[in-house]
Design a protein around this ligand. Structure first.
Ligand code: PEP
Ligand code: CO
Length: 453
């Protein structure tokens, strides 16, 4: 059978994960409705194509080799209600602006990957949430249930799987249209106005980057008498945590031109920290996919486990195949990352190291608000750069939760948001995100650090 892939020693199929216990899955009461919906999803067209996925892998291989930088970012959890043109365009805009700063400051191309068009499933630390005298299933993302704290809304609803597919398709369609319509054209960064960024210093610094890039483009085009590559213009890839395995399986398809099997619901699926152990159903599912994949590496991961995982997920040592997204926290990175880098390097398996400075630095204020401090996140990112530099390794990417909206969810940054400012525009239902001003500041701070190394 075509869709059986021999990966490592044991055979794999898109459903072999079902032999394992899958954690972080909702309890659906109506199994026959679930089955019908999944069949419907499985009959729908794919969202992405194998050739796009293969191209992304080659770009990630370049990032691992220090020749390109991965910028991966977007919401913690996408909401169906936020599948709106302005919200999508603003998120694209901030990612484009950041990528411009990175291209300019790092002197290398950037591969842009959104946490969007499918980032609808969330792992939770508890299956239930209690408010007053009422206990209900936790919110697990729009693909599973509703955020509203009522019995009906919190009940896992299989019909949401199909809605997730449609919302992902609509989002991706808009992202592609913006790219093709010239919105994302490097020749026209003036389309990407700075929105609510009012800090004069940040505006001036950004304008300097735009002017320098436009001048470089004009110079290159004048010398070569050609327009710069079309490919560089668009390239937005999608990614999400491949958490809800029945849904991921329904979008997994054999390639008609090879023996490969692709998850065509996204270009770049990742395994979250809570599901990344060697025996997990999630590791089993992702190991057989032909997509490039990523794993979130948290402070609880032993170096011996990390080595096994790296060999298991990239048995052919394919460059670009595996990205490790370290999310250790500022307090732990110094004591853990060096050993992890050495352990992975000892396997001889190539990986792309990325830094998620957000998930290890979440704090809960006394009033229950979850936040993250800009300065703590930046320190983790800077330490990551220092450590990779000292280990003669490459930090080839960054992974951020951000939005193009004017939210107040993370404190700090040049505007100096304080704890008491958070309630002004706190919108996230899950983790706190950088607003576009903070995101742009993070990009500038990153290039400053790289230049100082
Ligand atoms: C996330 O990326 O939103 C997330 C839950 O991350 P992690 O798996 O690193 O905790
Ligand atoms: Co998150």
């Amino acid at each position: 059978m075509k869709d059986i892939v021999s990966t490592g020693r044991t055979p794999w199929t898109a459903s072999s994960w079902q032999q394992r216990h899958a954690v972080q899955q909702p309890e659906y009461t109506d199994r026959s409705e679930l089955k019908n919906v999944l069949e419907r999803v499985a009959s729908m067209p794919p969202l992405v194509t194998p050739w796009e996925v293969r191209r992304l892998e080659s770009l990630l291989a370049e990032a691992a080799a220090g020749k390109r930088f991965l910028l991966q970012g977007g919401d913690c959890a996408e909401l169906f209600s936020e599948c709106q043109p302005d919200i999508i365009a603003n998120r694209i805009k901030v990612l484009l602006q950041m990528s411009l700063v990175l291209i300019y400051g790092l002197h290398m191309p950037v591969v842009r990957v959104g946490r969007f068009a499918g980032q609808y499933a969330k792992p939770r630390s508890s299956d239930f949430e209690t408010r007053g005298s009422m206990t209900l299933p936790s919110y697990r993302g729009d693909i599973v249930n509703g955020v509203e704290f009522t019995k009906t809304s919190r009940k896992p609803d299989p019909k949401r799987l199909l809605r997730a597919y449609h919302h992902a398709a609509a989002t991706l369609n808009h992202v592609r249209a913006l790219g093709e319509g010239g919105f994302a054209d490097l020749h026209h960064p003036e389309y990407w106005d700075l929105g609510f960024v009012h800090q004069d210093a940040l505006r001036t610094e950004y304008q300097g980057v735009v002017d320098a890039i436009l001048e470089a483009i004009r110079f290159t085009e004048a010398v070569s008498s050609e327009r710069m590559s079309e490919m560089e213009r668009v390239s937005f890839f999608t990614s999400h945590e491949a958490l809800l395995l029945p849904f991921e399986e329904a979008l997994t398809r054999p390639d008609s031109h090879s023996d490969d099997v692709f998850n065509l619901g996204t270009h770049f699926p990742w395994i979250g920290m809570r599901t990344s152990n060697m025996e997990s159903a999630h590791v089993e599912f992702l190991r057989g996919l032909a997509n490039p994949i990523a794993v979130k590496v948290g402070p609880g991961m032993e170096t011996s486990e990390l080595k096994s995982l790296v060999r298991h997920l990239n048995p052919d040592a394919r460059p670009g195949r595996l990205t490790l997204i370290a999310r250790l926290g500022q307090a732990q990175i110094g004591s853990q990352l060096p050993d992890m880098i050495r352990a992975v390097s000892a396997t001889g398996v190539p990986v792309l190291w990325s830094c998620d400075p957000m998930h290890g630095n979440t704090e809960t204020l006394s009033n229950g608000t979850k936040t993250r401090r800009f300065e703590t996140m930046l320190t983790e990112l800077e330490e990551s750069l220092d450590i990779h530099h000292a280990e003669k390794s490459v930090l080839g990417g960054v992974h951020l939760e951000l939005t193009g909206e004017n939210v107040t969810e993370c404190t700090g940054g040049a505007r100096g948001l304080q704890d008491q400012d958070l309630e002004r525009a706190y919108q996230s239902q899950v983790d706190p995100r950088l607003n576009s001003e903070q995101a742009l500041e993070m990009a500038f701070a990153l290039i400053r650090k790289v230049r100082s190394l």
